[in-house]
Design a protein around this ligand. Structure first.
Ligand code: THU
Length: 134
């Protein structure tokens, strides 16, 4: 019997495929991310640099790809790692996601052996800074 499909399956596949292309020769910690904006999926992976501090996280790479394609509002995010428990976005990435998604934005953490944790941006970053403070 075919395995039952789950919500966000397409996004999880895209994030895992991006993870396989991660450039992480220094940490060897590969991360992929995929965001959905309407019907369109955009993916990114972490891109490290010999000067370490220039490293771009997978989530911010995916957001940059979405914005470059014209997206301004995200509907869901998946972060694919190989860890257990699954890796959440770092603080900088949460803040970047908050620019394009509200507290109800679904954030799915896909980790080792098919594990998935479903949460929201608001749960991970309850007091986001945003334009309303400017
Ligand atoms: N990394 C991400 O891509 N996303 C995160 O949310 C956490 C960390 C990357 C950055 C670096 O290349 C490696 O994982 C180790 O920190």
């Amino acid at each position: 019997m075919a395995p039952r499909s789950r919500p966000h399956d397409e996004l999880v596949r895209a994030a895992r495929a991006a993870r396989a292309r991660a450039y992480a020769p220094y940490s060897r910690f590969k991360v992929g991310a995929a965001v959905r904006a309407g019907e369109t999926v955009h993916a990114g992976c972490n891109v490290e640099n010999a000067s370490y501090g220039l490293t771009v996280c997978a989530e911010r790479a995916a957001v940059a790809a979405a914005v470059a394609a014209g997206a301004r509002r995200l509907d869901a995010v998946v972060v694919a790692s190989g860890t257990s428990p699954p890796t959440p976005p770092c603080g900088a990435c949460l803040q970047t996601l908050a620019e394009f998604g509200g507290p109800d934005l679904p954030v799915v953490l896909a980790g080792a052996r098919g594990a998935r944790v479903e949460t929201t941006l608001g749960a991970l970053l309850p007091s986001a800074f945003g334009r309303r403070f400017l």
